[in-house]
Structure formats: C-alpha cells, structure tokens
Design a binder for this molecule. Structure first.
Ligand SMILES: Cc1cc2nc3c(=O)[nH]c(=O)nc-3n(C[C@H](O)[C@H](O)[C@H](O)COP(=O)(O)OP(=O)(O)OC[C@H]3O[C@@H](n4cnc5c(N)ncnc54)[C@H](O)[C@@H]3O)c2cc1C
Length: 424
C-alpha cells in the first residue's frame, strides 16, 4: 500500500469526526490516510445520480443510509469546523433552519414547552446525518476548488473494508519508530507517526491510551420511519411539524424528527436489556409485536403518540442501545503517537452534542498540528488532549444528567425545569 506507507498520519474511522479531520488536514496540505470498515459507498456511483450541490436531493449510498436521523449542528463547534473546512456553504444548502422548532409534550400529548425559531435563529440548524457524511466524504475525495488560492490537492486516501483489529507499537533498531495498524483481514499498515482513533464507541484504538470501556445506560432507542406514503403521514405532519417533537413521561421517551425529504424519524426511548431480542432481534417486526411493545412500554400514553410507533412504516426497526464512557475515565497520560477524537474519546449518552464535539475535536487537533508542525506531533497531541479532556468530561456529564432526568420515574418533572433553564 504505497499511499498509506507514505503518510505519517493514519485516521481510523470515516465517521463525521474522522472525515472532518481528514478534510481539515487536506486544506492545510498535511498528508493522511483513512481506514474504515465500511464498503466503499461510491463503488457503484457510475450508475448513481450525482450529488450536485445546493439543489439536488443528494444520492445517499446504501452503506451510509442507516445512520440515525437528523443532527443539529451548533455555531460554536460543528458549524465552526465546517467553516474552517471550507464547507459551510455546502452545509447551508442542506441545513434546515425551520428544523430548530422543538416541542415537548407529556404522555397525554399536552404541551410542556413549544419553541418556534425566529427568522434570524441560526444556532442549531438540522441536517440529515447521511447528507452531512456525504458532504464530508466528497470533500476529501473530490478535487479541491481551483479558485481557492494556496490549496494544493493533497487528497488523502480512504481505504475501505479495513476493519481495525488493533494498533501495535512498531520499533526497529536503526529505523524510525511509530505505530502499525493491524486489520481483521490479516493485513498491516504503517508505521505511522500518529494514529488518530476516530473509530467510534467501540474504538479499537482506545485501549492503547486507556482501559476505559463504554457502559450500557439501560436505555435503548428503537428507530422507525413515517414516510409520505404512510396513511398516517398527514396527521403526523400536523402533530410533529417541521422540527423535533419530544414526548416524555415516567422513564420513557418518544422523539420524532422531520428529515430533509419530509419523512419522520421516530425513536422510541425505553429501558431494555442491552442485548434484548424478541427472537429475531426486531421489536417492531409485525403489527402484533408493535401492539405488544406499546402495551408493555407505553401503557396509558395518548393514542396520538402511540400511533406514531404502531403505524410507522412496515419493515425492520433499528436498535440503538445507548452507551457512555464514565466521566471520571476521561484524562490519561498522553501516549506518543496515538490520540482519539469524537466518540472514541468520549462516548456519551446521546445529548445532541456528539457529532458537534467530534468535529470540534478534529478542528482543535488540526490547529495544534499546524502550530507544532509534523516534527513535533507529540507536543500537538498533548496540547489538544489537555482541552479535549475537559470538553469530553463535560460532554459525558451532560449526557449522564439528561439520562437521569429524562428517564426518571417521575419525569417530566425535572425535564421541564431543565428546559426552562436553557431558555425553552
Ligand atoms: C440514536 C442516536 C442518536 C444520536 N443523535 C445525535 C444528535 O442528534 N446530535 C449529535 O450531535 N449526536 C447524536 N448522536 C451521537 C453521534 O451519533 C456520535 O457522537 C457521532 O456519530 C460520533 O462521530 P464519530 O465520527 O466520532 O463516530 P462514529 O459516527 O461512530 O463513526 C465511527 C466510524 O468508524 C468506523 N469504525 C468503527 N469501528 C471500526 C473499526 N474497528 N475499524 C475500522 N473502522 C471502524 C465506522 O464505520 C464509522 O465510519 C446520536 C447517537 C445515537 C446512537
């Protein structure tokens, strides 16, 4: 693998954090290589409609399609990283500012809070997760804008279908030391001067720097869809509106989000064993299974809410058991040549910040690398980690707090207080 051997920086994971890092390195003309376990999503793009900027509905490659719903991207973190990456205009072309609307209701479908964004509210627009990933992915693969002065084309490589098994120290007498990356297919890449683990919750890179491992929160999200063809769509649209509709009571939630194509993403947030399965692994597989699920989990909830799950599109649901690292585990002695960004560094109970913080990690790491230069990567990593530890710890604590109040038996009591405290 000539390309990877020539790069000094390896990024493990092509999720939003890893791709933001790659893009930022690219615009700063710093070479890198990314490895991801996924298959190349553009392998068959010759027969696929092209992604043509602002107006077209982007092609969503099949391997990127089931990545959750929509993400709100914040001014000071995710948006900032996109600006520095030269991608803000592309982001804005797909960002939904009306998606910032946020309604909270109780199990009787009675409003607790209702927030409608003003015309100048720009702080947390929504974008579909696959669209964001596609913008980032194309930005590392496609030629740089020739009109941007000073930007050499330092396209890195994304090497697909490379599932990392482990990262190993490489030391050879009289030769440069560094790190090797070993893959499950038996191949090895490297040595690299810096390995950045952007490989998410179950990072294989993490064990080089800390023994910390994610803990199951006790809550699982079951994800389903309501598409325009669904007979309940018109009623769902009237009820949910253009943003997020969040129902919470007695330790259960239901989160409905409008997607870019007008369909609705529905999460049922309920306490379930981590490896729960009803035999074939899909709780919402059939109408009978859905009815049983509603009886067991949402007894007493208003029909206008339970119908959103009962009559969501037929087909499989996706199960997201929610994990978190412990806040006390964030902070370790820097290890020469290895660091983490995004969920690999600080997986938290979902709190609407994960992607933003991962993208901001990427931005901060690149700033430090640029400041120190490739000769002083260790210094860059130590400086980056110092702030990342503070950020990561706060992120996890915020997730823990939300898990506690949203899934409390007496919810929504504290939820209302919390929403008011943040201006809802
Ligand atoms: C249900 C749910 C809803 C969420 N909603 C929001 C939200 O609204 N807003 C928000 O900001 N955050 C949200 N999050 C959190 C957010 O998804 C994560 O924080 C974010 O995806 C982290 O990005 P990442 O790039 O660090 O990791 P990931 O997105 O997990 O990407 C990791 C990448 O590494 C690759 N990879 C993993 N293991 C290996 C391996 N062994 N070898 C090679 N490649 C590997 C994967 O294929 C993937 O491409 C939500 C999370 C969940 C579960």
């Amino acid at each position: 693998m000539a390309g990877p051997q020539a790069s000094q920086i390896a990024i493990l994971g092509a999720g939003p954090s890893g791709l933001t890092l790659a893009r930022l390195l690219r615009v700063k003309a710093i070479p890198y290589v990314i490895f991801d376990r996924d298959a190349n999503p553009f392998a068959s793009s010759a027969s696929s409609p092209a992604f043509d900027g602002a107006t077209a509905i982007p092609y969503i490659p099949p391997t990127l399609s089931n990545q959750g719903g929509t993400l709100d991207i914040h001014t000071e973190t995710g948006q900032l990283a996109l600006r520095e990456a030269g991608l803000f205009e592309q982001f804005e072309a797909h960002a939904r500012y009306d998606g910032q609307a946020f309604v909270t209701v109780d199990s009787a479908a009675q409003d607790l809070t209702r927030q409608v964004p003003g015309p100048h509210e720009r702080g947390r627009p929504e974008i579909d997760r696959p669209v964001l990933r596609e913008i980032l992915l194309r930005s590392v693969l496609e030629p740089l804008d020739p009109a941007s002065p000073g930007q050499e084309s330092t396209a890195g490589e994304v090497i697909w279908e490379k599932k990392v098994d482990c990262v190993e120290k490489y030391e050879k007498e009289g030769d440069a030391s560094g790190w090797h990356v070993r893959f499950e297919d038996g191949s090895v890449a490297g040595p690299f001067k810096l390995v950045v683990g952007a490989d998410g919750t179950w990072s294989k890179t993490r064990k080089i720097v800390t023994p910390a491992t994610p803990i199951y929160s006790g809550i699982t999200f079951l994800q389903s869809r309501i598409s325009q063809a669904n007979p309940i769509y018109a009623r769902a649209e009237e009820q949910i509106g253009r943003g997020t509709y969040f129902a919470v009571t007695g330790g259960k939630t239901m989160i409905c989000q409008r997607m870019g194509n007008g369909s609705y993403n529905v999460y049922a947030g309920v306490p379930l064993p981590e490896k729960w399965t009803n035999g074939n692994g899909d709780i919402l597989e059939s109408q009978a299974a859905r009815e049983r699920f509603i009886r067991e989990q949402y007894a007493g909830w208003d029909k206008s809410l339970t119908d959103l799950i009962l009559h969501s599109d037929a087909g499989r649901s996706h199960r997201w058991p929610l994990h978190s690292l412990a806040a006390k585990d964030i902070g370790w002695e820097s290890v020469s040549g290895v660091t983490l960004i995004g969920d690999a560094a600080h997986t938290a109970f979902t709190n609407g910040e994960g992607v933003n913080i991962g993208m901001f990690d990427a931005l901060q790491l690149v700033r430090e690398i640029q400041r120190c230069g490739l000769e002083r990567l260790d210094e860059a990593v130590t400086a980056y980690e110092k702030d990342m530890f503070v950020r990561g710890k706060e992120h996890i604590e915020s997730g823990d707090h939300l898990a506690k109040i949203f899934y409390a038996k007496d919810a929504p009591r504290e939820v209302i207080e919390w929403l008011r405290s943040i201006g809802f």
